[in-house]
Design a binder for this molecule. Sequence first.
Ligand code: AMP
Ligand code: GLY
Length: 424
Amino acid sequence: MKILVIGGGGREHAVIKALKRNISVEKVWCLPGNGGIAQDAECYPVKATDIEGIVAFAREKKPDFAVVTPDDPLCLGCVDRLEEIGVPCFGPRKEAAIIEGSKVFSKQLMKKYGIPTADSAVFTDPDEAKAFLKTHGYPTVIKADGLALGKGAVIVNTFEEAERTVEDMMIGKIFGESGSRVLIEEFLTGPEVSVLSFTDGNTVVPMVSSMDHKRAADNDEGLNTGGMGTVAPNPYYTPEIADICMKTIFLPTIEGMKQEGRPFRGCLYFGLMLTPKGPKVIEYNCRFGDPETQVVLPLLESDLLTVMQACRNGTLTADMVKFKKGAACCVVSASRGYPKKYDTGYEITLPQTEKDEYIYIAGAKLSDGKLLSAGGRVLGAVATADTLRQAVKRAYALSDRIFFENCYRRSDIGARALKALGGK
Ligand code: AMP
Ligand code: GLY
């Protein structure tokens, strides 16, 4: 099997390493990949948003299967175009990727199919949005409709902040056209849980749950980032809550998408908040999460390629997807300054990994045989173990064996989850 993977971060590195556990995988290409992924796949500098470049590459190399992971190419119709030239793909078509591409669409879907989520109102006119905000209670949440690099949701505590945010999004266009429509949403509280799922459009099989750590600094302080670390499973996500989510969220979403003529095949990510009134959807993503994937896939016992092919072919069954018992932790090493200004080009020294340890490279390039940092989030150090406590300890021990100048990491990944477990 020759496989083409689109994307170039830690998530794609984790996907590629998991795919390569299948011995029939003889070749993996990654577009654009990165200097670390280059150890596991042949990387070419074709951007993930260059759909015609990807199609031209696929015409030449003739992969047997393609996996499209980032949101942009999915929303641009990369899967549609690759399937058109005969390459079977894991990932939703454009018509289904809209579940992430438009928050207005996903809100309407949830309303129509009775899926629990925060109450909200949509605005295309900044003055109307401001008038609404004047009489509104705080805190509240303002969201840009379209893709905004994961930064499109802003929690505001006063009318002044709300007014500024509406102006930045709708007039200043800080997220480009994504901010032409905004959602003003009820502020929810409760633990957050990420649940990635495999689906073939009819059957949905949740993966092990996980917990992201989005803020830059310890104790969930500082700016929002792409994710500074993850643990799996998420201790707040009990079997009882999993049952409720299946009935009230996962199945109605898959059914709703089918009813709308937009069957979703691929990985559907449910961003949930466990509110005092029950689990509610905060967001859908049309793809694997980053860095959730880095803790979920090392716990997958089943063959990833087989499951992905079943999603593509409409033959997915629940018994195909098995996870190991135990836990995983991912600690992200970033460049100091991230998510604001940071330097790149520092040489990265990687240790040998032992059993149940993984290093997934997110932002690095190869230069004269050296691996140099090339992004804000540079890599994730992952360990799996029987208990969460051991996994966290090992992920930090592995991180301590990794060196690059100006390396920054949070020191409390997993702390909240361990507390919820009562220290186990
Ligand atoms: P999103 O861009 O929708 O993933 O939101 C980013 C983060 O903002 C989420 O992970 C939550 O922590 C927070 N958030 C989003 N929507 C809400 C909401 N309605 N109430 C409270 N927090 C929210
Ligand atoms: N970790 C959140 C995301 O991938 O959007």
